[in-house]
Design a protein around this ligand. Structure first.
Ligand code: FEO
Ligand code: CA
Ligand code: CA
Length: 672
């Protein structure tokens, strides 16, 4: 998210001695935990959960993964796309890419047609939301041509959405924002669930589907886990502390093996307001009362949005506990449009990028998460209960109870997961924690005390269920100073990011020890300006390197795909953001190859394949935004001067629309 760059990192100065043992041992190199434990038949034998199992774990490919480790051939069988920047999107030769769902598209028979000049909150609540991010495909009856698409809507670009606004409002004191515009923004956030079906070469929306649903910041929810009902989650309108309203800033997410959708609340602090300011748009330093340290550690109130000007619950002067009700992982059952989304407090509160789930050797659910802010941590949750392929209802409680850990990356290439458990050293009343609820609400402060490693903005943390390894996207950190570098974050002013590969000990995601290495250091390896220090396999072409890894997915052959978000940096790299196949095994490990690129000013999110790998869904977020100064829409001028081709449905009288793009192979067949 581009606005992240404005976040002022208020990291606590708190440092603690390290009292935990270090691991001298390396984990097993190849270990497909899932496939060792379950036969294909067992995995496919459940109820609705099988759909997600199939797409998460794919067929047994351990053998092919081992073979790949020994070979040096290119595992991505597509002709590389030329890198560049223009106003259209592009895919590798032999493939077809076109928008499937765009901001404002109808989701229900009674949705109004999209008209950006007449948009209302009521119409937006029945239409596809803004800035689509994470995508999950849930097959219906195991089908790769008929299923449910779940899509996050992360945030809004008011200057692109509304014709009456001439500039960004968060940088100009929100002077032109009105209650009406704020309500449209609120309605454009959240999640879409929509039934889709393949129709020849195309896919189409099933408008009268009973599954279609818009979840928004207004949707009634519940919570569970140790912080459920805690006094810090209670508000004027919810004395129980168990009935939060809505979800927001839904960035990446995950699919569970039992067929539910996880959506991650990222920059929640941004939505909170105060009238008590020390200066222009700067909150007073004495906000929060006895929660002042927590407010400071999370950057609450962030004042990125004007919602609190018009709605009391987003104004911390009036509802000081409302910020504690966001920043969680939310589980949604896409197959029941009446289900109540659940915020799982056991997974901690921070700027959650995503939540990718796999299983331990003893069948516990393991969820990997990043906290996407400069200098924040990588987390892992391990459930107390065990996954049962035949009991979906019981599986839906797995994320209610378990242990949250933060990662420490040691200089010698080993690492340790540090439990955030109340009562353990540092996590006591003496250090400001009264309960496990406090530890989870203030997970950042707990991880500070445990000595977790401050990372370069952890985004997606992606387990590979074929190889057993885990990939950590570290998108960038331009504020890291020379005296703050460490072996896991080795660059000062890291503009282009890097990717770390974690190998759990014994191939078991529940083990507390792991080994790690840097797979690639991103950026242009030939950039003549100093400080880039990129590291790629020499087989990577001039079109193939990338900057700022953000989201990732692993396909049914265990291959890693990376989506990027450079913000304004496309002007320096000369490469628009895109989707890249990245080799992780064998002699070609660290080789990247460009498959798809976005129009100027967009970032790419949400890569998601159907189980048969014949369709790829991608999220093109905020085309025309970053570094373009309001590209064209509503007749505005732009700083981008290369309008050779244009993003579909992009006209001078309306802005380019964020869209889910669908990619298929010409003539059919598997992608790459
Ligand atoms: Fe919303 Fe971390 O990207
Ligand atoms: Ca992201
Ligand atoms: Ca992912």
């Amino acid at each position: 998210m581009a606005k992240t760059d404005e976040f002022r990192n208020r990291a606590s100065a708190c440092e603690a001695a390290d009292d935990l043992p270090r691991s001298p041992q390396e984990g097993e190199m190849i270990g497909d935990v899932i496939l060792k434990r379950y036969s294909r038949r067992e995995m496919m034998g459940g109820t609705l959960g099988v759909v997600a199992v199939a797409s998460l774990f794919g067929p047994s490919l351990l053998a092919s993964s081992k073979a790949a480790a020994e070979e040096s051939y290119d595992r991505f069988a597509f002709q590389e796309l030329d890198a560049g920047v223009d106003t259209d999107h592009h895919v590798a030769p032999g493939y077809r890419a076109r928008p499937l769902l765009r901001w404002g598209d109808k989701l229900f028979p009674d949705s109004l047609p999209f008209d950006p000049m007449k948009q209302t909150a009521a119409s937006q609540l029945r239409q596809f939301g803004y800035n689509n991010d994470y995508i999950a495909y849930f097959p219906i009856d195991g089908s790769s041509t008929h299923g449910l698409l779940c899509v996050n809507h992360e945030y809004t670009n008011e200057e692109l959405m509304f014709p009456i606004l001439k500039e960004r409002q968060d940088t100009t004191g929100f002077k032109d924002m009105t209650a009406e515009l704020v309500d449209i923004e609120i309605a454009a956030h959240g999640v879409t669930v929509v039934e889709i079906v393949r129709d020849g070469e195309d896919w189409k929306i099933v408008l009268n589907s009973p599954y279609n649903r818009r979840i928004s910041p207004l949707t009634p929810m519940t919570n569970d886990g140790p912080a459920s009902g805690d006094v810090r989650l209670q508000t004027k309108n919810d004395a129980s502390g168990k009935q939060p309203i809505g979800t927001l800033n839904n960035c990446a997410g995950g699919m569970t093996p039992w067929g539910t959708y996880l959506t991650a609340e990222e920059n929640f602090h941004a939505y909170f307001w105060t009238d008590r300011r020390d200066g222009e748009n700067k909150p007073s330093k004495d906000l929060g009362g006895d929660q002042a340290a927590s407010y400071a550690r999370y950057g609450v109130p962030g004042l990125w949005q004007a919602w609190g000007k018009f709605h009391d619950r987003f104004n911390v002067d009036k509802e000081p506990n409302e910020p504690n009700r966001f920043g969680w992982i939310v589980e949604i059952d896409p197959f029941d449009a009446n289900s109540v989304p659940v915020k799982h407090t056991a997974l901690g509160r921070f700027c959650h990028e995503g939540a990718e789930t796999t299983l331990s050797k003893d069948s516990r659910a393991v969820v990997y998460c990043g906290d996407d802010t400069r200098g924040e941590y990588v987390y892992r949750f391990v459930s107390k209960g065990r996954y049962d392929a035949g009991d979906r209802k019981a599986n839906m409680s797995l994320l209610s109870d378990g242990t949250l850990y933060a990662a420490r990356f040691d200089a010698d290439g080993n690492g340790r997961w540090l439990p955030l458990s109340f009562g353990a050293p540092w996590l006591t009343k003496e250090f400001g924690f009264d309960s496990q609820a406090d530890v989870l609400i203030d997970a950042r402060r707990a991880a500070d005390l445990l000595g977790a490693t401050r990372m370069d903005r952890p985004e997606d943390v992606q387990p590979n269920s074929v190889t057993g390894k885990v990939y950590v996207m570290l998108t960038n950190n331009d504020k890291r100073k020379a005296d703050q570098v460490d072996n896991a974050n080795p660059r000062t002013e890291n503009l282009f990011g890097h990717i770390i590969e974690i190998t759990p000990r014994d191939g078991d995601h529940a083990q507390d020890n792991f080994s790690w290495k840097i797979l690639v250091k991103c950026g242009n390896p030939h950039d003549p300006r100093g400080g880039v220090d990129a590291m790629w396999n020499a087989a990577t072409s001039d079109d193939g390197w990338f900057a700022c890894p953000d989201n990732a997915c692993v396909d049914d052959e265990g291959r890693l795909w990376i989506a990027t978000d450079q913000g304004d940096n496309w002007a320096r790299t000369g490469h628009a953001d895109g989707l890249y196949g990245l080799e992780t095994e064998g002699k070609r490990a660290g080789t990247s190859k460009l498959f798809y690129r976005v129009p100027v000013g967009a970032e790419l999110c949400g890569p998601c394949f159907t189980p048969d790998r014949e369709t790829l869904f991608l999220s093109v977020q905020h085309p025309g935004a970053d570094g373009t100064e309001c590209l064209y829409g509503f007749g505005r001028p732009s700083t981008f001067k290369n309008p050779a081709t244009r993003w579909p449905d992009f006209r001078d009288d309306r802005p380019p629309r964020p869209s889910v793009v669908v990619i298929t192979k010409n003539g059919g067949g598997k992608i790459a």
